[in-house]
Design a protein around this ligand. Structure first.
Ligand SMILES: NC(=O)c1ccc[n+]([C@@H]2O[C@H](COP(=O)([O-])OP(=O)(O)OC[C@H]3O[C@@H](n4cnc5c(N)ncnc54)[C@H](O)[C@@H]3O)[C@@H](O)[C@H]2O)c1
Length: 457
């Protein structure tokens, strides 16, 4: 099938590459010429395991092309996926300007039937706005081209995006029941047939419910994390170990083990903005979402918990201190730095006069870019942040180690080396990677989240 993907970011690029891998003829459009240039010269602008190989294979086979040519992109696909960004607006609502701009382009150039697929995460009612924008452009051209907008939110996880896309737990598809809607639904059914061979994974529903489902899913996951983070802080006070508590409750099948890890807060491009957007939608309808307001507030506070532990141990003035910091990406296996807790931790350390030596297995380039922006008006800060080539390089001359992202490479480091290279045998672990008992045996003072029971002082 001929498919166009509008927006070649984390979601668009993975969707385009995976649909090409299944034999479709895919045209990926982006308005960012830099991205398209990288892709056309064989590079991949993001880090996503397995993606590079799929892109190379399908470009070679002539099934995957990248372009900034808008008229050609509209002409190409009967199916037009909108996978552009929906960042938070100033009031927390989803900024739909990119989605609407993409829709207008379709209306400006379409000459035959189009299935317009909202894959971006968008608030309930957005498909109606997309539809209105396309209709307006078609009217200006005095054309009556048939189209239908369907909602097909994406549930992939960065870091496992290819695997998630290729083996989805479920595909949510919201469509209308009129003739164009039924035609669109049949087209999508054909496109997604390869995913449903073993058993039907597609959940068909109305458009509003599909749009809502994505927010509900992310809101639930964010809630579980904030819930555990809040309990972890209490565990620190009452002298309980949140890791043992996690296993104690996760073993209940009604609860399950997923998304119950306490840490130094969630980040990324989805949870923070999607929770805010849902809260905003609700308040537009005069219905405050009290739980989700708290989820956001708890998360914001949680990003400060690790620095609170540093200050409690070493004092407010950190001007004669240097910290080794492991993990910059908002989670492992990605280079995405959007809303990454590391940025807050670095900012708080720098604000107290510290020096920081940082390392991440894949996010170094992206980290350099965003940290330069974070400290754009503080040139003095740049000299106090060192980007190191390896995790071990961060240790020499540092007082303590701070861990912010749970990359596999950090799970079993050479602790003897960590201990001898650090000035103090001191680890602040924002991801609870190690066993407190093992740290005690190694003679390392270990501060984690919700495990204060075990601190060796
Ligand atoms: N990143 C994730 O893990 C994830 C998961 C599920 C859903 N989503 C949702 O998917 C959407 C996209 O997220 P992302 O992380 O891929 O964003 P991204 O910022 O990585 O990519 C968006 C791309 O769209 C391009 N773009 C903007 N306007 C355009 C236009 N008019 N025409 C063509 N290209 C245009 C941008 O240049 C950019 O390359 C968001 O709504 C997000 O919430 C993201």
């Amino acid at each position: 099938m001929k498919v166009t993907i509008i927006g070649t970011g984390y979601v668009g690029l993975v969707t385009g590459a995976c649909l090409a891998e299944l034999g479709n003829d895919v045209f990926c459009l982006d308005v960012d010429p830099r991205k398209i240039e990288i892709l056309n010269s064989g590079g991949v602008p993001i880090h996503e395991p397995g993606l590079q190989e799929i892109i190379a294979r399908n470009r070679e086979a002539g099934r995957l092309q990248f372009s900034t040519d808008i008229p050609a992109s509209v002409a190409h696909g009967e199916v037009q996926f909108i996978a552009v960004g929906t960042p938070p607006d100033e009031d927390g609502s989803a900024d739909l300007q990119y989605v609407v701009a993409a829709a207008r382009n379709i209306g400006r150039y379409a000459t035959d039937f189009k299935v317009v697929v909202d894959k971006s995460t968008v608030p309930v009612g957005t498909a109606d706005r997309v539809s209105a924008a396309i209709t307006e452009e078609l009217k200006a051209r005095k054309l009556d081209v048939e189209f239908s907008v369907v909602s097909n939110p994406e549930f992939l996880k960065e870091g496992a995006a290819v695997e998630d896309f290729m083996r989805p737990d479920r595909i949510v598809l919201g469509s209308d029941e009129d003739d164009a809607g039924l035609r669109a639904k049949a087209t999508m059914k054909r496109l997604y047939a390869p995913f449903n061979r073993n058993h039907e994974r597609t959940l068909y529903m109305d458009v509003h419910s599909a749009e809502f489902t994505k927010y509900a899913a992310n809101a639930m996951l964010a809630t579980r994390i904030s819930f555990m983070n809040e309990l972890a802080n209490l565990a620190d006070r009452v002298g309980a170990d949140i890791e043992q508590v996690r296993q104690g409750i996760g073993s209940d099948p009604r609860i399950g083990y997923h998304f119950l890890y306490a840490g130094c807060g969630y980040g990324g491009s989805c949870f923070p903005k999607d929770v805010q957007a849902l809260v905003r939608t609700a308040s537009d309808y005069g219905l405050p979402l009290r739980i989700l307001n708290a989820v956001e507030e708890v998360n914001d506070h949680q990003k400060e918990v690790l620095i609170g532990k540093v200050v409690a141990r070493l004092g407010e003035d950190l001007s004669d201190r240097t910290f080794a910091l492991w993990g910059l990406a908002f989670k492992p296996n990605t280079d995405d730095m959007r809303e990454a807790p590391s940025r807050r931790v670095i900012a708080e350390l720098i604000a107290r006069g510290a020096r920081v030596k940082v390392y991440d297995p894949v996010a170094m380039d992206e980290a350099r870019r965003v940290i330069a922006l974070d400290f754009a008006d503080r040139p003095d800060a740049h000299a106090r942040i060192t980007f190191c080539a390896t995790q071990n390089d961060t240790l020499a001359g540092a007082d303590a180690l701070v861990i912010v992202t749970e990359w596999k490479a950090f799970r079993s480091p050479n602790f003897e080396r960590v201990k001898t290279e650090l000035k103090l045998p001191l680890i602040f672990d924002g991801r609870n990677l190690y066993e407190p008992e093992a740290m005690r045996e190694l003679g390392i003072e270990y501060h984690a989240i919700g495990r204060a029971l075990h601190v060796t002082v």
